[in-house]
Design a binder for this molecule. Structure first.
Ligand SMILES: Cc1cc2nc3c(=O)[nH]c(=O)nc-3n(C[C@H](O)[C@H](O)[C@H](O)COP(=O)(O)OP(=O)(O)OC[C@H]3O[C@@H](n4cnc5c(N)ncnc54)[C@H](O)[C@@H]3O)c2cc1C
Length: 417
C-alpha cells in the first residue's frame, strides 16, 4: 500500500482491471503514478474469495470471454496461472434432465434466428430496443430475455440493438481454476495504490488538477478516471467545472444487475461435472446454474436483470433461498438437504460499483465513445463502459486502461507533464 503523495504526474482513479491496466502500461513511462482506490482492496468488480476450503469463488468476473482475443490470457501465461479450456456449460453441455434435447434444439434455433435478425436490423436500420427483434408470440421469448439478463444485466427492451451488435463475441470462453479475481489481483500487485482513498471532487479549473479524497487533497498533471459509469452518472465524483457531456454519456450506459450464489453440494458426485442446468424457462426471472464447476462439490447460480435486483433488495439470504428452490424443482426434493449456501453477491448495493456491468440504453450506443473521449488533454477516461467492443468484461476494462495510458503519453508530448 502506497501513501498519498501531495503531487503526482498521473493520478488513476479506481484500482479495477481498467485502473490497474493503466498503471501497468505507465510503469516505464518516466511519469510518477498513483492509483486512488476507495475500497480496502484492489480488483473492483474482479474479486475471488474462498467460498469454502478448495472452492475459490469469483464474485464478479469468472469467464475469460473471447479468450482467443483476451489480453488476460497472455498475462495468465506470464504469471504461470493455469487456464481451464473446458467448454462453457451454456449450450452443448446442458444437463438433459431439466431441459430436454429437443427443447434445447428448438430454443437454440430460436436464439440463432433472433441474433441474426438483430444483426441485420443493427446493420441496416436505426437503433432500437433489442426486444423489437423478438418474433411476436415465440414460446422462447422469455428465455431469450432471461439470457439477455445474464449477458447484459437487463431485459432486451433496455438494450440498444447497435450496442449489442458492437460487442465482439468470439464464443471462446475459458476459466481460471484459481479465480479471475485472483489473476487480476496478481497482475495489479506491483501497482502503486493508495487504498481506502475515496475521491469526491476533481477540480480541473486551475493549471493542475486538484483531487479531493477521503485521505486529503493531491494535485496531478493528468488524471485517468476508471470508476463505473453509474458513479459518473450519479456524480459520486463531482467535476469542477462540471462535465455534463460525461454525465449524459454515463446515464446512457447504466450498469445492470447480476448476482451469483455458490452452494455447497454434499453427498455422492452423481451430477455431471461442468454441466449447465436450467429449465425451459417460461419467465425471464430465472437462474442459470453451473453444476460441479471444475468437478468441485458445489453448484454456482447466476441471476440477472429485474429479478436479480428484486432478490438483492429482498435482503441477505433471498438469492440463496431462491437458487435452492430452483435447483430442487429441477433435480428433485432430495437435493434440498444436500445444498448449503456459501456466498452470495450484492453488486447493486455495493456503493463503489452500484451494479454489475454496462449496457447501452436504446439510442445510446455512441455513449461509449463519448465517455471514453479525453477532456482538455488532462482528463482521461477508461473502464469497461468505455470499451468499444469488449464492454462489460474484465479484459475490455483492462484494455481501456492501456488505451487511456497511451493517450496520456501522447498528450505528454504536446504539453509539459
Ligand atoms: C456478477 C458479475 C459477473 C461478471 N462476469 C464476468 C465474466 O465472466 N467475464 C468478464 O470478463 N467480466 C465479467 N464481469 C464484469 C467485470 O467484472 C467488469 O467489467 C470489470 O471488472 C470492470 O473493471 P473496471 O476497472 O472497469 O471497473 P471496476 O472493477 O468497478 O473498478 C473501478 C474501481 O473504482 C473504485 N472506485 C469507485 N468509486 C471510487 C471513488 N469515488 N474513489 C476511488 N475509487 C473509486 C471501485 O472501488 C473499483 O475498485 C462480471 C461482473 C459481475 C458483477
Amino acid at each position: 500500500m502506497t501513501n498519498l503523495p501531495s503531487e503526482i504526474d498521473v493520478a488513476i482513479i479506481g484500482a479495477g482491471a481498467a485502473g490497474l491496466g493503466a498503471a501497468r502500461a505507465l510503469e516505464n513511462s518516466g511519469l510518477s503514478v498513483i492509483v486512488l482506490e476507495a475500497r480496502d482492496r484492489i480488483g473492483g468488480r474482479a474479486r475471488t474469495v474462498m467460498a469454502a476450503p478448495g472452492i475459490p469463488f469469483d464474485m464478479g468476473c469468472g469467464w475469460l470471454h473471447s479468450a482467443d482475443q483476451n489480453s488476460f490470457v497472455a498475462i495468465a501465461g506470464r504469471l504461470g496461472v493455469e487456464i481451464d479450456k473446458t467448454r462453457a456449460p451454456w449450450r452443448q453441455q446442458s444437463y438433459d434432465r431439466s431441459f430436454s434435447k429437443d427443447d434445447r434444439a428448438s430454443f437454440f434455433a430460436a436464439s440463432d434466428a433472433f441474433y441474426e435478425r438483430a444483426e441485420r436490423a443493427a446493420e441496416h436500420g436505426p437503433d432500437a430496443p433489442a426486444s423489437t427483434c423478438l418474433e411476436p408470440g415465440n414460446r422462447w421469448n422469455p428465455m431469450l430475455d432471461a439470457i439477455s439478463t445474464y449477458i447484459n444485466g437487463v431485459e432486451l427492451d433496455h438494450v440498444s440493438l447497435h450496442d449489442m451488435d458492437a460487442y465482439e463475441n468470439t464464443e471462446v470462453n475459458w476459466r481460471l481454476p484459481s479465480g479471475y479475481g485472483a489473476l487480476i489481483a496478481a497482475y495489479g500487485a506491483p501497482c502503486p495504490v493508495s487504498l481506502n482513498t475515496e475521491v469526491s471532487v476533481i477540480d480541473h479549473s486551475g493549471p493542475r488538477v486538484k483531487i479531493v479524497t477521503s485521505k486529503g487533497t493531491l494535485s496531478a498533471a493528468k488524471v485517468i478516471v476508471t470508476v463505473p459509469s453509474n458513479l459518473i452518472a450519479g456524480e459520486a465524483i463531482r467535476f469542477d467545472p462540471p462535465l455534463p457531456g460525461k454525465v449524459d454519456a454515463a446515464l446512457g450506459l447504466p450498469l445492470g444487475a447480476n448476482n451469483k450464489v455458490m452452494l455447497a453440494l454434499s453427498g455422492d458426485d452423481d451430477l455431471p461435472k461442468d454441466a449447465g442446468l436450467r429449465g425451459a424457462a417460461t419467465q425471464s426471472g430465472v437462474g442459470s446454474f453451473h453444476l460441479r464447476p471444475f468437478g468441485r462439490p458445489c453448484i454456482e447460480g447466476f441471476y440477472g436483470g429485474a429479478f436479480a435486483r428484486e432478490l438483492e433488495d429482498a435482503g441477505d439470504g433471498a438469492l440463496s433461498a431462491q437458487a435452492i428452490d430452483e435447483v430442487v424443482a429441477l433435480l428433485g426434493s432430495n437435493y434440498r438437504s444436500r445444498l448449503t449456501p456459501l456466498v452470495e453477491t450484492r453488486w447493486v448495493h455495493d456503493s463503489f460499483s452500484q451494479g454489475a456491468y454496462s449496457a447501452a440504453k436504446p439510442g445510446h450506443a455512441a455513449a461509449r465513445a463519448m465517455l471514453a473521449a479525453p477532456v482538455d488533454g488532462r482528463l482521461f477516461f477508461a473502464g469497461e463502459a468505455t470499451s468499444p467492443h469488449f464492454f462489460s468484461t474484465a479484459h475490455g476494462a483492462r484494455d481501456s486502461g492501456e488505451r487511456a495510458a497511451g493517450e496520456v503519453i501522447a498528450a505528454r508530448t504536446r504539453t509539459k507533464v
